[in-house]
Design a protein around this ligand. Sequence first.
Ligand code: DNO
Length: 406
Amino acid sequence: MKQTWRWFGPKDLVSIDDMRQAGVQGVVTALHHVPTGLVWSPEEITKRQRELAWMKDGTPSGLAWDVVESLPVSEDIKKQKGDWRTHIDNYKVSLNNLAKAGIETVCYNFMPVLDWTRTNLAWRLPTGATCMRFDYADFAAFDIFILQRPNAAKDYPADIIATANERFRAMSEAEQQAMARNVVFGLPGAAEHFTLDDVRQHLAEYAHISADRLRGNFIDFLTEIAPVAENLGVRLCCHPDDPPFDLLGLPRVMSTESDYEAIMSAVDIPANGITLCTGSLGARPDNDLPGMMDRLGARVHFLHLRNVKRETSHVRGSFHEAEHLGGDTDMVAVLAAALREEARRKAAGRSDWSIPMRPDHGQDILDDLHRQAQPGYPSIGRLKGLAELRGIIQALSHPQVGLHAR
Ligand code: DNO
């Protein structure tokens, strides 16, 4: 596995120098400043490649841009409205430009309106560390009482509504605004920053788009894009829904193993692959992560390794981001499955046998608490996660462990 690390560009408070010390082998980044739907030009791509090639003192970082996360898919493409055909053409041009720059792995998602959703970006743990959390009752309070989505209450069980009601009444106006900000939090430098009215307008546009229709639009997108990627030698990898259940009445189509299977078999070529995100998928008790790595492995082009602690046994419910080896996902079993997949690829002579992985998110610990980097992307919390994962990979790859297991 190639140990990569997400970098949000020169504005990121965690620098290229920091990631070198964390022992990172490759960089995951994106041109966050380019508005979704427009072409990523060769000049902008090269500029980013140069930015990550150097450390502060002018020595080469030895790192390259290995994975794009994300080349975003526009709302127009998801809804097949407006400029969607131009956006598809632009997506192809961007893939072409990335391929020419030697970048072969491109992550994206097909979540309508919002990317990942949390209610608290800095939830205090008993140790004093903080992590991101999704609280279902808080989310219901946002949906029903702050956003005031029509008929929202129909989507929640009575006990959650009752708690949501109590929580909402206890919230000050500032707390309500903070909650709204957390839920619609956009990535730094991302061209889109949604207001509540923007969210309402987007939701209205999805009123007549069922999950089947969204899946159909997704397959239309892939039918156009994946063959182009295949010819260019680019591997596309779709990130799952986060959380992996429907929110705000919006359709979701990448939450389970069968969702992934449907999309991969609809356009059955290697370039149409997936990002296996153990954190996103792990928020649902019915997702078997080690099994998914075994069964879908041939098309897993990118691995996000993160753990969550579910606070309920229901499919829809609260969870928080645990330490990488804590939480409900058996990370050792996932890594063992990933190593088996790499062995299969090597035996089959695949040049892409080494799967890029990144320690996804991290708790804010030690100096992270003061640095206030991008929520979910602190330096030390991620470094700790990476170090733990690296230790497991090294141990599982060691002949002594095989001997011991026999
Ligand atoms: C959150 C990330 C997601 C991911 C996109 C991929 O931290 O895992 O925002 O980058 O969904 O398109």
